[in-house]
Design a protein around this ligand. Structure first.
Ligand code: PMV
Length: 360
């Protein structure tokens, strides 16, 4: 099992106090992960674009202490945020075996998102990967011999234990997570860079995120994932995701955008179909989500544009298109789609290369 390589026996350097800081992006899945088992293991492999502008910056201050036990405080935008602390507590408990120093330090976790907290954009992927990277930064100070590959793999591994899809946020631009027989190196424990050729059409793909509904999630993703365990269509869905990953291989290689659109949109609708057909069932799309989808289809029919959409577990729409089309598509979005967004809000994003260290 690959996780054994992440258990550390002893560190070579002592560490008493300091500060580390990382910025980590969000990501958008093209083939969706929905359904998990064990400790955050995916039921099917997924692939995502790492984003550029939607990110979390986390600064972790640490100080050695005598007493044993987790001790930390979380601050969001400079204000203590106790509501985040149970999630961090659970994360620390899960990763303790891989980061044996956790109980020997007192932590201050200061975090801020580039997107508004109430935007409906999940901050768990960017937030958990930024925190995982800060902890790996500490580990590297205690064990300077570790390689960059090990650093990134373990950061992704730890991020996954915080929030599954967070493991796809450490690097970019295209990340595969989950074991697939045809993809060398793919595994359930951490994300890897997509290992095959990628056509330049995908180099600077755009993602304009339309904020349709900014409320709290109706259904937590943990509950949603759990509903896949005895879902009547689970096996077909997991098979479909694997097949779609395979179908994307020539698409990424040749830059075939028509085929790309079919796979990506079908994945988004299949994800929502799983939610609608689970027990209990739920609908996370809003009427405006459907209005936007229909407008995108009409625009594509009329203009031959290669714009398409994808969805997460919510009502917001990610509008994907090649950079070459940026002016035209943004014009279309402003003219026709913003009327369906809460307060006309949207985020302009694009494919990015992963997390970065912020010097403090
Ligand atoms: O990382 P989680 O547990 O919040 O799951 C996210 C799952 C989707 O965003 C719906 C799909 C995906 O692959 O990112």
């Amino acid at each position: 099992m690959p996780q054994h390589k992440f258990i550390v026996c002893n560190y070579t350097q002592a560490l008493s106090s300091g500060k580390v800081s990382w910025q980590s992006p969000s990501n958008i899945a093209l083939v969706k992960y929905w359904g998990k088992y064990g400790e955050q293991m995916p039921m099917n492999p997924s692939v995502s674009f790492t984003l550029q502008n939607s990110n979390t910056q986390t600064c972790l201050s640490f100080e050695k202490k005598q007493s044993e036990g987790f001790e930390f405080e979380v601050f969001l935008d400079g204000k203590r945020e106790v509501s985040f602390e149970p999630k961090i507590q659970k994360f620390f408990e899960r990763v303790e075996v891989y980061l044996p120093f956790l109980k020997n330090f007192k932590f201050k976790i200061e975090t801020t998102n580039s997107f508004p907290h109430s935007s409906g954009i999940a901050s768990s992927a960017s937030g958990m990967s930024a925190l995982a990277l800060c902890l790996m930064d500490m580990e590297r100070q205690m064990q300077p011999a570790i390689t960059t590959d090990y650093f990134n793999e373990k950061a992704s591994f730890l991020a996954r234990l915080g929030s599954g899809s967070a493991c796809r946020s450490v690097e970019g631009p295209l990340i595969v997570w989950g074991e697939h027989a045809e993809i060398n190196g793919s595994n359930n424990c951490f994300g890897i860079k997509y290992p095959f050729d990628v056509h330049q059409n995908f180099n600077d793909y755009q993602d304009t995120i339309l904020l349709v509904d900014k409320g709290e999630k109706q259904v937590s993703s943990t509950l949603g994932h759990d509903l896949m365990l005895d879902h009547p269509f689970a096996e077909q869905r997991f098979r479909q995701a694997k097949e779609n990953l395979l179908k994307l291989r020539p698409v990424f290689k040749n830059g075939d955008l028509s085929e790309f659109i079919k796979i990506v949109e079908s994945e988004a609708l299949s994800l929502h179909a799983m939610m609608m057909t689970s027990m209990p069932y739920f609908i996370l799309m809003k009427p405006n989500t459907l209005e936007i989808i229909n407008r995108i289809w009409k625009f594509r029919d009329e203009t031959g544009s290669k714009v398409c959409f994808t969805l997460d577990a919510g009502a917001n729409v990610h509008v994907l298109y090649p950079k070459l089309e940026k002016d035209n598509v943004l014009h279309f979005i402003k003219k026709e789609l913003l009327q369906y967004c809460k307060n006309g809000e949207f985020i302009e994003d694009e494919v990015g290369l992963g997390a970065t260290n912020i010097l403090v």
